[in-house]
Every structure is written in structure tokens, then in C-alpha cells.
Design a protein around this ligand. Structure first.
Ligand code: FES
Length: 79
């Protein structure tokens, strides 16, 4: 089971977190037993806005996250 924490706080949402979340949810539909998604309000990394959006895949913290890199990290852990 891959645990994903995605920040949906205001800073991260402004710079695309919800797009990442949409794609993650689509992936989760394909692998419902293997992906857990938790939305969190702030991972305390947005003091520097360049860090947003912030996503954690298990213990791996991804700053300036982009959809493709998050999906790749999740897929690496599923396969
Ligand atoms: S709003 Fe995302 S880390 Fe603060």
C-alpha cells in the first residue's frame, strides 16, 4: 500500500495541487487496494512558495511537485 499525502492548503492549491489530486484519484480507481490518498491542509513547507505544491509519497517529500513525477513515484512503489 502506497500512502500519499497531498497538501490541498491554499498555497499548494493555487499552484496546481488539485490537478495532481485529480490524476491521483484516477490512478487510485485503477489500484484501489494499493493507493491511499490523504488530503492535508498544510505540510508546513510553503513558507517559501517555490516549494508548493507539496506531496508526500510514503516518506518521500516532493516539493514543487508536478503530476508526472508524483505518478511515477507512486507507480514505482506499486510495481
Ligand atoms: S499550503 Fe501546502 S505546504 Fe502549506
Amino acid at each position: 500500500m502506497v500512502k500519499v499525502e497531498i497538501c490541498v492548503g491554499s498555497h499548494c492549491s493555487l499552484v496546481g495541487a488539485l490537478n495532481i489530486l485529480d490524476t491521483l484519484e484516477e490512478l487510485q480507481e485503477e489500484y484501489p487496494e494499493q493507493i491511499e490518498i490523504n488530503r492535508v491542509e498544510c505540510l508546513d513547507m510553503c513558507g517559501d512558495i517555490k516549494n508548493a505544491p507539496v506531496v508526500k509519497v510514503d516518506d518521500d517529500l516532493i516539493t514543487s511537485a508536478q503530476t508526472q513525477m508524483v505518478i511515477s513515484k507512486v507507480m514505482e512503489r506499486i510495481k
